[in-house]
Write a protein that binds this ligand. Structure first.
Ligand code: FNR
Ligand code: LAC
Length: 364
């Protein structure tokens, strides 16, 4: 379960904060500018009352489901977050073991401190690879091929970051990777080894500006589909028309996401846009969501609005920082217990019972 001293994911953040350097904590915790979206992501789930059903036999409950055809023990995946080496010495190896142990999928960030080959080799379950597209397309394609060869089972194309959001806490701290940590996936690529991720403001913002391709368009979704045999998900959508475009461009799924409030401050909370997006997609592809999921009841809310599953970002980092693999696993198990409990109290024996009427009950 959760590391001693924390009863829930929010309390775990405080324990993690004590373990992390001030710079690492701020990097993980922060959002863009005034952090409006960061706060609203959490608050918007909480504003959705759950109209529970009564007198349903919930004595046996099943939390399992499938995501892109892969069976998962519960509708919770690990979101791609950069630099797990800041949280614990095993970095992403701890995370992938925790995800596999919990019977779910880890989405590995392009910007990991461990090479994708090593992460996949240590995996006990499916690994998806989150892709940032570099200006250097040949290097980007090579990275996709490496992920594929390593055994990743989907590519998650992040589309909400043509530039990095401005996180003032990182600017103030001059965020950089400490000695010994690198963007491992790119460390052998010419022109990348020397990127020290250090600058007079946020080293990561400088890295994005220099290396990543801000000219990416919908055409590049077709390019990526041509570059891999793996299913492609598009991550970072907050509008129904963009969701339809993703369907039209052959995405296998989307992640409704505002990057955990780290990109455009003032963008809508994902809880507030998920329903209309799911309605627009009409089940043609799978819809996932992330941002501010902190309680099992939030997972119910997301499923009721039409998500196949949710991804969690920061809580996993708090688990890693507090107790490494066991801490990350504890976060997933705590969420599992909360989902199970919320399902029972809501009159749902399986995830297919979690339907829209829980949020919008039929009238008299
Ligand atoms: C992220 N996120 C992210 N997304 C992505 O596509 N690639 C990445 O490398 C990262 N890196 C990253 C680092 C950190 C420290 C955070 C907090 C987030 C965004 C992430 O995948 C996800 O969208 C949010 O974290 C979800 O919100 P919560 O669960 O953190 O509220
Ligand atoms: C972040 C990037 C790496 O949010 O996605 O920090």
């Amino acid at each position: 379960m959760l590391p001693e001293g924390a009863l829930n994911l929010q309390e775990l953040e405080q324990l993690a904060r004590e373990k992390l350097t001030a710079m690492a904590y701020a990097y993980y915790a922060s959002g863009a500018l005034d952090e409006l979206t960061l706060r609203e992501n959490v608050a918007a789930w909480a504003r959705l009352p759950i109209h529970y059903r009564v007198l349903v036999d919930v004595s046996a409950r099943d939390l399992s489901t499938t995501v892109l055809g892969a069976r998962v023990s519960m509708p919770v995946l690990v979101a791609p977050t950069a630099f797990h080496g800041l949280a614990c010495s095993d970095g992403e190896l701890a995370t992938v073991r925790a995800a596999g142990g919990a019977g779910t999928i880890m989405c590995l960030s392009s910007l990991s401190n461990t090479r994708v080959e090593e992460v996949c080799a240590a995996a006990g379950g499916p690994v998806w690879f989150q892709l940032y597209v570099y200006r250097d397309r040949a290097a980007t394609e090579a990275l996709v091929r490496r992920a594929e060869a390593a055994g990743a089972s989907a590519i998650v194309l992040t589309v909400d970051a043509p530039l990095l959001g401005r996180r003032e806490r990182d600017v103030r701290n001059e965020f950089h990777l400490p000695e010994g940590l690198r963007v491992e996936n790119m460390s052998a690529v010419a022109g990348h080894a020397e990127v020290a991720l250090r600058s007079a403001s946020s080293g990561l913002a400088a890295y994005f500006k220099e290396k990543l391709d801000p000219s990416l368009t919908w055409k590049d979704v077709a390019w990526l589909r041509g570059a891999t045999r793996l299913p492609v998900l598009v991550k970072g959508i907050v509008r129904a028309d963009d969701a339809r475009r993703a369907v039209d461009h052959g995405a296998s799924g989307i992640v409704v996401s505002n990057h955990g409030g780290r990109q455009l401050d003032g963008s809508p909370a994902t809880a507030s846009v998920l329903g209309p997006i799911a309605d627009a997609v009409q089940g043609r592809i799978e819809v996932l969501v992330d941002g501010g999921v902190r309680r099992g009841a939030d997972v119910l809310r997301a499923l009721a609005l039409g998500a196949r599953a949710v991804l969690v970002g920061r809580p996993i980092l708090w688990g890693l920082a507090t107790a490494g693999e066991a801490g990350a696993r504890g976060v997933l198990e705590a969420l599992r217990a909360e989902i199970d409990h919320a399902m029972a109290l809501a009159g749902c024996a399986s995830v297919s019972d979690v339907t829209r009427d829980l949020l919008v009950p039929p009238g008299p």
